[in-house]
Design a protein around this ligand. Structure first.
Ligand code: ADP
Ligand code: X2W
Length: 283
């Protein structure tokens, strides 16, 4: 009996948060680094389903950088990063699209659907809903910046009770263009802004943003982020993530969090408890 009461209490504790986020759009960036063991993937699917069933509207943008690198290595194709973003030759683009849209996107969609959700997988090429342009063709090749997100496409899917699962590929404007490889963090913030999300959560493989002594920084302002980037404390893959958080909150998304995707149910802890987890980037 005591255990049953505890369960009811836990549910009641979550009530204010369920009320707060009910009917709100929450964008989840599911990083390649957080897509590790089959057990963690199952927990991810359970969390998304629970959010969905209590009335939150989840939109997932996934990465997959590590898998792209593994495949390029297996094919003996060199790959380099500049400022945390991959240099994308035509050959790399083909592999990136194959892994992102072909493998990872469908894996996440199948996982969610096998748990009873109605997930639908798309990339920015579908209905040309994300358009891109080269970031700097000489330097990065087909690595792109997003020029437009047609929010109506995502809203239609949400209105029809689908969970959109988005691969970070943008369409090019010319006929037969291979498209652009978009850093998934930046794709997530652009989509979140365009669709009027209330919150964006980045799931990655660290407890959040860490300081030089590897301690968690639970909250960071824009000025603090700038200083930590300048002194190299924030580097590599964390750079596009903090930039994406700043972009999202500047664009009207109320909350931006970087949390540990290796921690079971970290998304539920962040959404439904007052303690929260990870790092919140604030204005
Ligand atoms: N200050 C920092 N705090 C935490 N992680 C950092 C920091 N600076 C750089 N990183 C690196 O950023 C990585 C997360 O970025 P990335 O590997 O691109 O993940 P994802 O696949 O989730 O996008 C961490 O594993 C860590 O190596
Ligand atoms: C331009 C660029 O860097 N694109 C990324 C897209 C995937 C990604 O961002 O994956 P994670 O979120 O797992 O890092 C890449 O090619 O790796």
């Amino acid at each position: 009996m005591q255990k049953k009461i505890e369960t009811v209490k836990t549910l009641l504790d979550a009530l204010p948060f369920i009320k707060e986020f009910n009917k709100e759009i929450v964008v989840i960036k599911y990083g390649g680094s957080a897509q590790t063991s089959p057990q963690l993937k199952e927990k991810f699917a359970e969390d998304i389903l629970l959010m969905y069933l209590v009335g939150i509207k989840p939109v997932i943008i996934h990465g997959g950088g590590k898998k792209i690198t593994d495949m390029l290595d297996a094919l003996n194709i060199d790959t380099t990063f500049i400022e945390g973003q991959r240099v994308t030759t035509k050959e790399v683009m083909r592999i990136a699209e194959m892994i992102l849209s072909g493998e990872i996107n469908k894996e996440i969609v199948s996982l969610l659907n096998s748990h009873g959700a109605k997930a639908i997988g798309v990339s920015g090429k579908d209905a040309h809903f994300i358009s891109g342009e080269p970031k700097d063709f000489e330097k990065w090749g087909l690595t792109g910046n997003i020029t437009e997100v047609k929010a109506s496409v995502v809203h239609k899917l949400i209105d029809d009770k689908f969970i959109p699962v988005i691969a970070p590929i943008a369409a090019g404007s010319e006929l037969g263009h291979p498209g652009y490889n978009i850093n998934a963090d930046l794709a997530a913030s652009q989509v979140a802004k365009a669709i009027g999300a209330n919150k964006i959560i980045f799931l990655t493989d660290t407890p959040g943003v860490l300081n030089k002594d590897k301690e968690l920084l639970s909250s960071l302002t824009e000025d603090e982020v700038i200083a930590l980037k300048k002194d190299g404390t924030i580097h590599g893959g964390m750079v596009p993530k903090v930039d994406a958080c700043l972009e999202a909150i500047d664009g009207g998304v109320a909350k931006a969090h970087i949390i540990d995707g290796r921690l079971e149910h970290s998304m539920l802890l962040e959404l439904f408890t007052s303690a929260g987890v990870g790092t919140e980037i604030v204005k």
